[in-house]
Design a protein around this ligand. Structure first.
Ligand code: ADP
Length: 399
């Protein structure tokens, strides 16, 4: 019986989950927020709904990790640090280097930092988290799990932009995608639920959270995905615009007096999407509450559904068919109306939603009618579990 941690480190936060393995039982989870700022918030959830929370100044990630391990002992969630034998770290950008998860070495950390240009907000923070754990628990199996790895199977035809080819050759300017661990997990689970080998299936996975992406999974491999060079591309999201015509940028910058391209990109990342369209909120629940009385909220919802539907249609064309459409993440798992409205517009593909089965939140199940040609499934995602399983694979191969 050993314990393994899944870590998602941000620039000022550290999210974690502690598992008992091989049972895959969640022992505790938590988040440290406002690292490096005053009044950092340190939370642990454990046991039967118990919660520990404290507010103290936590100067850096290393101190956060030390405090976390100490508190896990004090709360008797672990008896000794040695019980934790593995840690898996989520890393956003793996570029063309990491086609799979990797055992952390000094070289791997350097490579993750070297990819900072592809994810400036995330990769340096991910590397900081990795270093903090390595310093405090130097002997445990440490694994980096990349958001992009699953998409490294995309063919050139789908990952290249139609810009001068030299930009790809010189700078690796191409589509990388994201949410790979989630798309992989739900596609594999959907195949299991369908009782068919994934190698024989064409699946479209819709990860619809605050960030949202759609992936075409053919024979178990990602062949195309809606996010691009960065997560800004693809469908409408909570605060991101998704796809737009690049010529809009200089036009809007002139009109609005936006001086730098960084500021313009900030608007597209943080003030657009459902938030920008509705003027109310980036949160689907707020828009659903406002929909009946607020035209902008209603419009935002219809646009979101339209973009998701268009990507599904386009990926059915990419794969010349589709056997299953899978919904996951916050909106995918809970958005009963969103799922219905998206699928209602896809009857031409042979997808037919069962309204009663669809009237559910967060539960794994088929939500299409029995005679729907294309199966529609709700599969809750679990990115931390994927990370933890990857750590186990490395542990087992080194034994
Ligand atoms: P993140 O990308 O931050 O991990 P999540 O996967 O948690 O995001 O998804 C957040 C989104 O899920 C929000 O838009 C939220 O409104 C939506 N969501 C959560 N619960 C519900 C619900 N009951 N009904 C509709 N949408 C929901």
């Amino acid at each position: 019986m050993t314990k393994t941690m899944a870590i998602n480190a941000g620039s000022s936060s550290l999210k974690w989950k502690l598992y008992q393995m091989p049972e895959e039982k969640v022992l505790a989870s938590g988040i440290v927020e406002r690292i490096g700022l005053n009044d950092s918030i340190f939370t642990i959830k454990y046991g039967e709904g118990q919660k520990y929370e404290t507010i103290v100044d936590i100067a850096d990630h290393e101190i956060a990790v030390e405090m976390l391990l100490k508190q896990l002992s004090e709360l008797e969630i672990i008896a000794d640090f040695n019980e934790i034998t593995g840690v898996g770290h989520r890393v956003v950008a793996g570029g063309e280097i990491f086609e799979d998860s990797a055992l952390v070495t000094d070289e791997v950390i350097d490579q993750i930092e070297g990819l900072a240009e592809f994810a400036p907000l995330h990769n340096p923070a991910n590397a900081t988290g990795i270093r903090a754990f390595r310093k405090i628990l130097p002997d445990i199996t440490s694994v980096a799990v990349f958001d992009t790895s699953f998409h490294t199977t995309m063919p050139k035809v789908n990952y290249l932009y139609s810009i001068p080819l030299e930009y790809y050759e010189k700078y690796n300017a191409r589509k990388y995608g994201a949410h790979g661990t989630s798309h992989k997990f739900v596609a594999e689970r959907a195949a299991e639920m369908m009782g068919k080998p994934i190698e024989d299936l064409k699946i479209i996975t819709c990860h619809l959270g605050n960030g949202a992406s759609i992936t075409a999974v053919e024979g178990g491999k990602s062949v195309d995905t809606s996010m691009g060079f960065t997560p800004l591309a693809g469908v409408t999201m909570g605060t991101r615009s998704g796809d737009i015509d690049a010529s809009l940028l200089p036009f809007l910058m002139r009109k609005e007096g936006i001086e730098t391209i960084e500021e313009m990109i900030y608007v597209l990342n943080n003030k657009s999407g459902l938030k920008g369209l509705s003027g109310i909120s980036s949160d689907m629940r707020d828009l659903e509450d406002a929909e009946a009385t607020d035209e902008r909220a209603e419009l935002a919802l219809r646009i979101f559904e339209d973009r998701v539907r268009k990507y599904i249609g386009s990926y059915a064309a990419t794969m010349n068919g589709v056997d299953a459409i899978v919904f996951t993440a916050g909106i995918g798992e809970n958005g009963v109306d969103t799922r219905k409205n998206v699928i209602d517009g896809l009857s031409f593909l042979g997808a037919d939603i069962d309204e009663e089965a669809n009237n559910v939140r967060g539960k794994e199940r088929f939500i299409s009618t029995d005679d729907s040609k294309v199966k529609v499934l709700l599969v809750p995602t679990d990115e931390e579990l994927v990370i933890t399983r990857d750590v186990e694979k490395f542990k087992n191969s080194s034994n």
